[in-house]
Design a protein around this ligand. Structure first.
Ligand code: AP5
Ligand code: MG
Ligand code: ZN
Length: 222
């Protein structure tokens, strides 16, 4: 199962990705999480990525594409993976297509978590994340069991620097201009599935499982 997860910032991609990857035993590849890890370790890539991320801008395509291709070549991706936050531009989507064709492979689905803008600012302002394992929490909608500590790994959960309101607005503008076109890109390839992301976290997950179950059956019949 090879899934691309689409949706605006704060749609719940990271939240659902964790559950999907547990359920289907596939690796969760989040470019945002990979960049944040590099930033916390102050690698050269991290220093370069931080300049863009802190302003709400995208990291340049060449850096991002190379990073993802390297990751997809690792053995744990042979049976499938979920890409969260990649592709984010048409150039990235085309690079992924080329990579798949080269490997005689194809995507199972591009799953859009659909959430209107009004919901997003509230979700982002209450979000807290674990920098060690990437788990996402929300002060109101999904708090950790012990305040300030990650349920999964016990590390501190913190507010992301790019979750300040002005940066969130930039990210939403960039999403509209550069990432939204991917919805039609995948619709035209007959690969798009859409889930209503305004529902409660568990209900969104149930709908996603229904969609992925159908995709698995359809592929099986072929
Ligand atoms: P990235 O980390 O991917 O950020 P994003 O796409 O902006 O998405 P978010 O992580 O902000 O939101 P999410 O959809 O994962 O929502 P979450 O589950 O956390 O990227 C960060 C930056 O890195 C980019 O801005 C860019 O600079 C760079 N970058 C990354 N990939 C790149 C690429 N391919 N090319 C170039 N640059 C790249 O949920 C949000 C909150 O809502 C949480 O608090 C959660 O608990 C809560 N929540 C979730 N679902 C629900 C629900 N159903 N009801 C109520 N609350 C909910
Ligand atoms: Mg995320
Ligand atoms: Zn954690």
């Amino acid at each position: 199962m090879k899934i691309v997860l689409l949706g605006p910032p704060g749609a719940g991609k990271g939240t659902q990705a964790k559950s999907i990857c547990n359920r289907f035993s596939i690796p969760h590849i989040s470019t945002g999480d990979i960049f944040r890890k590099h930033i916390s370790e102050m690698t050269l890539l991290g220093i370069e990525a931080k300049k863009n991320i802190d302003k709400g801008l995208l990291v340049p395509d060449d850096i991002t594409i190379q990073l993802v291709e390297e990751r997809l070549k690792q053995e744990d991706c042979n049976k499938g993976y979920l890409l969260d936050g990649f592709p984010r531009t048409v150039a990235q989507a085309k690079a992924l297509d080329n990579f798949l064709v080269k490997n005689n492979d194809s995507l199972t689905t591009a799953l859009l978590i659909d959430v209107p803008k009004d919901f997003i600012i509230e979700r982002m302002s209450g979000r807290r994340v674990c920098l060690s394992c990437g788990a996402s929490y929300h002060n109101k909608f999904n708090p950790p069991i012990i305040e300030g500590k990650c349920d999964v790994c016990g590390s501190d959960v913190i507010q992301r620097k790019d979750d300040e309101e002005s940066t969130v607005r930039n990210r939403l503008e960039i999403y509209d201009a550069q990432t939204q076109p991917l919805i039609n890109y995948y619709r035209d390839k007959n690969l798009l599935s859409v889930v209503d992301g305004t529902q409660a976290i568990n209900d969104v997950f149930k709908n996603i499982c229904d969609i992925l179950g159908r995709e698995i059956n359809d592929n099986y019949k072929e």
